[in-house]
Design a protein around this ligand. Structure first.
Ligand SMILES: [Zn+2]
Length: 115
């Protein structure tokens, strides 16, 4: 279950980004961006997150996950498109030199603190 490692990394980044001058900070929500190919099981991630955030400013925070589609770019004609699965050929010029430009990311977009 690699979600535990991901949860730990997210918690580390989130804790670091809380401004130091706030007393008893409490995080309400973490907005995340997760690529379709990152192979993250949402409920596993939420489960791990709940375990490791006990007694931290992140306890009880909601994970709001936006799924990022797989983005492909053709090196021949520069066309960009989105797919459900990795693609290896451009539908426009049939060029096989394509690269994946999104779909594997796991990122924190923003952190919402309680007032
Ligand atoms: Zn092309």
């Amino acid at each position: 279950m690699h979600e535990m490692g991901i949860a730990q990394e997210l918690v580390r980044i989130a804790l670091e980004s809380i401004p130091e001058d706030i007393d008893n900070p409490k995080v309400e929500k973490l907005n995340l961006k997760i690529g379709k190919l990152a192979a993250v099981v949402e409920h596993s991630l939420t489960f791990c997150f709940e375990i490791i955030t006990k007694d931290t400013p992140l306890e009880g925070a909601v994970l709001d996950i936006t799924e990022v589609p797989v983005g492909i770019r053709c090196k021949g004609c520069n066309r960009q498109w989105e797919v459900d699965q990795p693609a290896f050929q451009c539908p426009n010029c049939q060029e096989a030199e394509v690269e994946m430009i999104s779909g594997r990311e796991i990122e924190i977009i923003s952190i919402e603190l309680a007032e």
